[in-house]
Ligand binder design. Structure first.
Ligand SMILES: Nc1nc2c(ncn2[C@@H]2O[C@H](COP(=O)(O)OP(=O)(O)O)[C@@H](O)[C@H]2O)c(=O)[nH]1
Ligand SMILES: [Mg+2]
Length: 268
């Protein structure tokens, strides 16, 4: 899977690591790994490594992951956030893509994500700017996601369109700047709040969200409320650090989020 990438006249290998948190995802983990566009990435000069960050799965998740060529990292503490933090510490790559293991997110867009990461620090796959397959999300979850995203925009003055997405891509330097502590499903809200706090530039790709085969671990009301409260707390902490924002600072923040197709001139 070694490839070279021509950068500024030099041949250079760049590595992309996929991190997939799993808890009993045997029906889907194989499909997720298979749909990573390894050959397309190699054509574009990227070497790919896949890490499945497994909680205490009691099904065949780990065995299937190994069969499909992934490395398995075990995080015995429960929670998606704990798994992601452990993986961020364990893995060193030029780019890191995080995607759920239930095959609801299209990891096939990875090449496009990497293109956007040439001029942005972070890229997310946006379901709310893209589409949601029939049956992929309950009405309650659609409303919850819209409400949490509106809350995030209102509190942080950043035009994000899907704060709870499970598809994130990072440049190495951006990832290293995040200080994360959330163990559960608040992890996306925390990654977002940290991106804002560190002034990182976020690009968005509209994606199609697919239905999962079985039941999610997330409880809509309990986890939704926790995520909302988490955003509020992080906003208060940011206000304590920064004081109030001027109108020009609010505009500047909003301009840090770019939807694919818009001009991305963040420059690095
Ligand atoms: N390692 C680990 N992964 C988890 C845990 N809870 C959920 N996940 C994974 O996190 C991803 C998102 O979980 P899911 O239940 O689909 O939540 P939703 O998509 O936000 O409704 C899936 O790949 C899960 O397998 C956990 O406690 N540990
Ligand atoms: Mg899911």
């Amino acid at each position: 899977m070694t490839a070279t990438r021509r950068l500024e006249g030099r041949e250079q290998v760049e590595r992309v690591a996929f991190l997939i948190p799993t808890l009993n995802e045997a029906p889907s983990i194989g499909l997720v790994i298979e749909s990573i566009p390894v050959a397309e990435l190699a054509d574009n000069g990227y070497e790919t490594a896949v890490y499945v960050v497994d909680g205490r799965s009691v099904d065949q998740t780990r065995e299937i992951a190994v069969q499909k060529g992934a490395q398995v990292i075990t995080e015995e503490r429960s929670g998606k956030g704990a798994a992601i933090q452990t993986a961020f510490r364990a893995v060193d790559a030029d780019y890191v893509i995080v995607a759920d293991g239930d095959n609801t997110y299209p990891v096939s867009v990875a090449t496009e994500m990497l293109r956007l990461l040439q001029t942005n620090d972070v890229v997310i796959g946006s379901r709310l700017k893209g589409s949601i397959e029939p049956g992929a999300m309950t009405r309650l979850n659609v409303v919850g996601n819209i409400l949490l995203t509106s809350l995030a925009r209102l509190l942080f003055h950043v035009k994000i369109s899907d704060v709870c997405t499970g598809l994130w891509g990072y440049r190495r330097a951006a990832l290293r700047r995040l200080e994360l502590a959330a163990d559960g499903f608040e992890i996306e809200a925390e990654m977002f709040a940290e991106c804002v706090r560190k002034g990182l530039c976020i690009a968005e790709i509209p994606i199609t969200y697919r239905a999962r085969e079985d039941q999610p671990k997330l409880s809509s009301l309990r986890d939704g409320a926790k995520i909302g409260l988490f955003l509020l707390k992080r906003r208060v902490r940011l206000a304590q650090l920064n004081g109030g924002l001027s109108e020009s600072e609010k505009t500047e923040r909003n301009e840090r989020v770019k939807l694919m197709g818009e001009e991305t001139d963040a420059g690095h």
